[in-house]
Design a protein around this ligand. Structure first.
Ligand SMILES: Nc1ncnc2c1ncn2[C@@H]1O[C@H](COP(=O)(O)OP(=O)(O)OP(=O)(O)O)[C@@H](O)[C@H]1O
Length: 252
């Protein structure tokens, strides 16, 4: 499912003045791509993701997924936020099913499979308050995947997690992507994460937000951070930040 993003302009009102946030963005993603979007704080990454999700339609331009123009949010576009947004009064399996009937045997089977995929076996009946941040985020991912989205949009999903949990969830996400071939678009502050996960890294620059570079990452999966080739590609991506003179605003 090809995704075509054409944003002529996106502005917000601030102090009764219009502030341009995104300017002249043209991006085309192929079905099954794992896109990572990186750029300095405030360059408009989340705004771009919300526009692709149909959560923000107040802009000049269009987003087309397959043959459908995005006009509103829908279940074919899963969205994972930095914080998990689980229902505190529902168990893990109920949170995954949410509005779908868990009593239906086929659905129960799908939920069980997803619990396996995100490695939450044994926690089916647990409540969100009994889970760590990483586990909660895995529930949110399973909930989105149950809807079999054509595209999964992830806004700094691991930003609030410790480095160990973050690396673990990156591997979980890669496994899911390899298995389902769902198109993923993930926003991050972390260059390492963008190179570890992405088949293409979109490097944005700010004021107003524009696409600086789109860098294909041709390393095979699973990737090894310690490999020399990984380090070379990572340095290549970092160099592009330096060229954009915005390296200081981004975590190395
Ligand atoms: N609802 C809004 N109303 C007004 N301004 C907004 C709104 N949402 C975002 N902005 C502004 O738009 C700009 C881009 O915000 P956005 O959250 O998209 O950036 P970002 O690159 O995702 O930032 P970060 O990396 O810090 O999360 C910022 O200057 C922000 O203040």
């Amino acid at each position: 499912m090809e995704i075509k993003v054409e944003i002529k302009e996106k502005a917000f009102m601030k102090d009764q003045k219009s502030v341009q946030v995104l300017d002249d963005i043209h991006l085309t993603f192929n079905s099954g791509d794992f896109i990572t979007v990186i750029g300095p704080s405030g360059c408009g990454k989340s705004t771009l993701l919300k526009i692709i999700a149909g959560l923000d339609v107040d802009y000049e331009g269009s987003v087309v997924i397959g043959s459908n123009e995005v006009k509103k949010p829908s279940i074919d576009k899963g969205f994972i936020f930095q914080e998990h947004r689980l229902f505190p009064w529902l168990t893990v399996e109920q949170n995954i099913a949410a509005n779908l009937p868990l009593k239906k045997p086929e659905l129960r089977e799908q939920v069980n499979q997803l619990i396996n995929i995100v490695r939450l076996n044994g926690f089916e009946k647990a409540y969100p308050k009994e889970l760590s941040g990483g586990m909660s985020q895995r529930v949110a991912i399973a909930r989105a995947l149950l809807r079999e989205p054509k595209v999964l949009l992830l806004d700094e999903p691991f930003g609030a997690l410790d480095a160990f949990t973050r690396q673990h969830l990156q591997d979980v996400l890669i496994d899911i992507w390899l298995e389902t071939k769902t198109t993923m678009i993930l926003v991050t502050h972390d260059v390492d994460e963008s190179v570890y996960l992405g088949t293409k890294v979109v490097v944005m620059k700010s004021k107003p937000g524009k696409v600086g570079h789109v860098i294909p990452i041709e390393l095979p999966f699973p990737r090894q951070r310690t490999d020399q080739t990984f380090q070379e590609v990572r340095n290549h991506v970092l160099k592009h930040f330096e060229q954009l003179d915005q390296y200081s605003a981004v975590e190395g």
